[in-house]
Design a protein around this ligand. Structure first.
Ligand code: GLP
Length: 241
């Protein structure tokens, strides 16, 4: 079942999603979390850091798996999602560095990531953003989607949306590794957070349109325990549909 929560502002939406993560960690300190990147998530991680500073959530016993990572960046590259996570989460909370996992970017055996997730007991909660193309993680629209972690060629719109990390489009990698849709949907709970008017059209297609590989986020409609957190701007076209 999909529950949809609409908050008046992007800040309140980020806070609601962060509070959900906080409640998950309090209920089960050794939670296994799937985590996203993206500009939408910056206020979300800020709220998580605030909850942590207040003593309301600890990552000490948690394990995290990031959804995706670019291929072809030197280790420590500031545009990498690993760097993003350091900046916005790992350096701000008590998550042990060894407990934060990223997909294998040398691409030899991307599916090893899924095996590792299964070995930790599977994800309790996977937090998702949505790309303008309808992607979750880096699962881009296509006739077929990959179930497991795999290499992807990024669409031009996705590369443009990530240019802020690289000071220009030319430097944005063309390839990435992403968790597959089955791995994401196997998480016991999923939360999708989307904010801003720019996401209103794709949010409507994802939530009110048919379930289709052409909008990978629409597969969330099939999840038995999904929470969608929107601000009013991102919900506008969905609410009027
Ligand atoms: C990026 C990430 C996605 C993220 C999405 C939205 O490309 N790979 O996991 O959900 O795009 O990003 P933003 O929040 O910046 O719109």
């Amino acid at each position: 079942m999909m529950q949809i929560l609409v908050l008046p502002t992007s800040g309140l939406a980020a806070r609601a999603a962060a509070q959900f993560v906080g409640r998950t960690l309090r209920a089960r300190p050794a939670s296994v979390l799937g985590l996203p990147t993206g500009r939408t998530m910056i206020p979300f991680y800020r709220e998580i850091a605030r909850l942590h500073a207040r003593g309301s959530c600890s990552f000490r016993r948690a394990t995290t798996f990031n959804l995706d990572e670019f291929i072809g960046l030197r280790p420590g590259h500031p545009g990498s999602y690993r760097a993003f996570m350091h900046h916005h989460l790992i350096d701000a909370v008590d998550l042990p560095e060894a407990s934060a996992h990223f997909p294998d970017i040398d691409g030899r055996d991307p599916g090893a990531y899924d095996d590792r997730i299964v070995r930790t007991g599977g994800m309790d909660l996977c937090v998702l953003g949505i790309g303008l193309t309808g992607h979750v993680g880096f699962n881009e629209p296509a006739a077929h989607l990959s179930a497991r972690t795999h290499r992807v060629r990024l669409l031009p719109a996705t590369r443009r949306a990530n240019a802020y990390l690289f000071h220009g489009l030319a430097r944005v990698p063309k390839y990435a590794v992403s968790m597959g849709m089955a791995t994401i949907l196997n998480s016991r709970t999923v939360i999708l957070l989307a904010t801003g008017a720019g996401k209103a059209a794709i949010v409507r297609r994802a939530l009110a349109g048919p379930v289709t590989t052409r909008v990978p986020a629409s597969l969330i409609q099939t999840h038995p325990n999904a929470l969608v957190v929107l601000d009013r701007a991102a919900a506008a076209k969905f609410l009027s549909s």
